[in-house]
Design a binder for this molecule. Structure first.
Ligand code: UDP
Ligand code: MG
Length: 245
């Protein structure tokens, strides 16, 4: 039985994959429980897919999915969630901005919480990106009545059974803590490290992220307001009694 499924979206990250692979190997060894690593090539135009295939050929715990064309980070994550066989899913970026070692500090929260999500307390991005992200988090929290400091942090561990209930749409990877809570999951945010991107380029501009982010936020707010939550008092079918959603 697999305990952890790493789900890692890759879009034109050829220069980052070798180091990430080495770091992952170390962490998987330290975790000491059965893991699988699912690489999702999101239609890369560089040699990322070749590198992923090569790694998968050498490591039986590595699997990969390759998209015909770029679908976006949420799409790549959705494919990984569908494929995951572990009890928990661990998500992270493939550009080395997340440090897989932080996972070791996150795992102890499992059991008490269904989701442990990273907070890049000391973030290594441009001042403009940090500013716009802080602003976006503020608006997001205000409209979705949340208190998540850093929902954009990709380093997350989530109980797979909850994730499998969530229908992903483009952009919704930024709202996973809220979507998990809507399914009844308990969530804790813990500080994690963050590194500057040294190779490859960011796939997002500020304004496209801001505008699509606002549209997505309105959709999430609507989902929250219209969320179905019930507790069964009595039912003819004994399997349903006491069930809640
Ligand atoms: N990514 C992806 N598909 C996309 C855009 C990004 O799979 O269409 C991946 C990318 O390879 C990286 C992660 O999502 O592993 C986060 O992207 P990026 O580092 O560009 O975001 P930023 O750190 O600038 O917010
Ligand atoms: Mg990045």
């Amino acid at each position: 039985m697999i305990e952890f499924s790493f789900v890692i979206p890759v879009y034109n990250e050829e220069d980052n994959l070798s180091q990430l692979h080495e770091e992952l190997q170390r962490v998987v060894h330290q975790i000491g429980q059965p893991c699988e690593v699912i690489w999702i090539d999101d239609g890369s135009k560089d040699s990322s897919l070749d590198r992923v295939k090569q790694m998968a050929a050498e490591h039986p715990e590595y699997r990969f999915i390759s998209f015909e064309r770029n679908c976006g980070q949420s799409g790549a994550l959705a494919a990984g969630f569908d494929a995951a066989r572990g009890e928990y899913v661990i998500t992270m970026d493939s550009d080395l901005q997340n440090n897989p070692l932080d996972i070791l500090n996150m795992i102890p929260y499992l059991g008490k919480y269904d989701m442990v999500t990273g907070w890049r307390k000391d973030r290594h991005d441009t001042w403009w990106k940090k500013f716009s992200s802080r602003f976006a988090n503020g608006v997001r929290n205000w409209l979705s009545r949340e208190t998540i400091k850093d929902t954009g942090c990709s380093l997350k561990i989530m109980k797979t059974s909850y994730l499998k209930k969530i229908k992903m749409y483009k952009g919704l990877h930024r709202f996973l803590p809220t979507l998990m809570k809507m399914e009844g999951a308990t969530v804790i945010e813990v500080p994690v490290s963050h590194r500057p991107r040294t190779r490859g380029v960011s796939k997002y501009g500020t304004w496209d992220r801001a505008f699509s982010g606002l549209r997505d936020l309105l959709a999430v707010r609507w989902m929250q307001d219209r969320n179905i939550s019930y507790q069964i008092k009595e039912a003819s079918d004994e399997l349903s009694s006491g069930e809640a959603r």
